[in-house]
Design a protein around this ligand. Sequence first.
Ligand SMILES: [Zn+2]
Length: 333
Amino acid sequence: MAGVTDILGHREVITQLWDALERGTSHHAYLFEGPRGVGKRTVANRLAMASNCEGPAPTPCGACRPCKAIEAGTHPDVLALEPDPSRASPIIPVKDVREVIRRSGYHRYAGRRRVVIIDPAEALQPAAANALLKTLEEPPEGTGFILIASHASALLPTIVSRCQRVRFGPVPVPALRDWLQSQGKGRVAEQAAALSLGCPGRALELAGSGLRKRLATRDQVLEALQGDTAARHDLARKLTAGDRAKWSAKVNTVLEVLEDLLRDAALHAAGRGPLLNTDRPEVVEHWARALWPGGLARCAQAIEDSRRSLQVYVTGRTVMDALLATLSRELGR
Ligand SMILES: [Zn+2]
């Protein structure tokens, strides 16, 4: 089924987008912002389907030719601008942007509305982003852009200001848990839903082998943070061995487990819950004591800065080295 009622959460966002579509007042450039795996791309695809569906309702039918082609990624008027997965670094080069701009000037093949989805927009190189500016301001008739970003702060302000920002909040944990159970993931549904921070994509990953791997990664990081300089160097080296295609996901998991720990420390310090790292209460207690209040913000900022630097630098080792040193210092090691 391809309607919109099967999409988990995001009711307000969906109502807003679909109302605009029905009234013919869709913005020509949306910026979908929200954490990885929360459902931004799913909603973008459905919006492209709804814009081109041959069915009567504004909800896409999922069964007509345009709907099927969009689902399969073969519709000539729905263009996805994505990093080339075979390349070492996740970048969208300027030549790809120029090609999409050229194609968006053509007559539409079959579609009512051409939709260009840029995912993730953070992968646009500065030159690529600049090449896009004019088109974002005045797109060709009948063409709409959807930029997808987990961290809009990493985008050029001139790009952001040309878009209508649409924020995707977390999906409620009970809804996620029920959904995981309906997918046959009953055994780990509770913990995966809690750890996913409201992101269905992340919950599904965790409900697979992700949970075990994630806890192992967390423990590895904690061990290095408790160790000396050599232990931290060693972890940074191991994490970022090989090219970016190899280390990018691993490093991202490290940043996420660190953010989870900071979140828990903040909640614990404020006497609130529920916590994510329930199996390591002594760690949460220590982080809360050492970091509350100023250290939490500084560590969160250091993670955010590292994420931005990792987009730019070819080698992630120095970035991770610096981040681990900062955390270790803040934790009073
Ligand atoms: Zn349809």
